[in-house]
Unconditional design. Structure first.
Length: 94
């Protein structure tokens, strides 16, 4: 009978709240290693159910995890200089 309560939407919110409190208690006691990620993921998925913008944000987050991020991407080459205060950029071609 208790399982039937957690299948409903209010029951899911109650279950997620209980899990969030358990995460926080475990984190404060030093036994929790993940630091509240389980409950936050559950709440984000619940939020995404009702908000299209949140669904798009979660898809973007998943795709950003897959893409490679190089530190030098987008930076000017070493031979070029940019003076922001003077408003001048010098680009030397090889």
């Amino acid at each position: 009978m208790e399982f039937a309560v957690f299948v409903t939407l209010p029951g899911l919110v109650i279950l997620l709240t209980v899990v969030a409190f358990a995460d926080q208690i475990l984190r404060m006691s030093g036994r929790g290693k993940r630091g509240g990620q389980i409950s936050s993921t559950g709440f984000e998925q619940l939020h995404a159910t009702f908000s299209q913008g949140k669904q798009n944000e979660l898809k973007e987050r998943r795709s950003a995890l897959v893409l490679r991020d190089d530190e030098e991407d987008g930076a000017p080459p070493n031979r070029s200089t940019v003076d922001l205060t003077g408003g001048r950029a010098v680009i030397r071609l090889p």
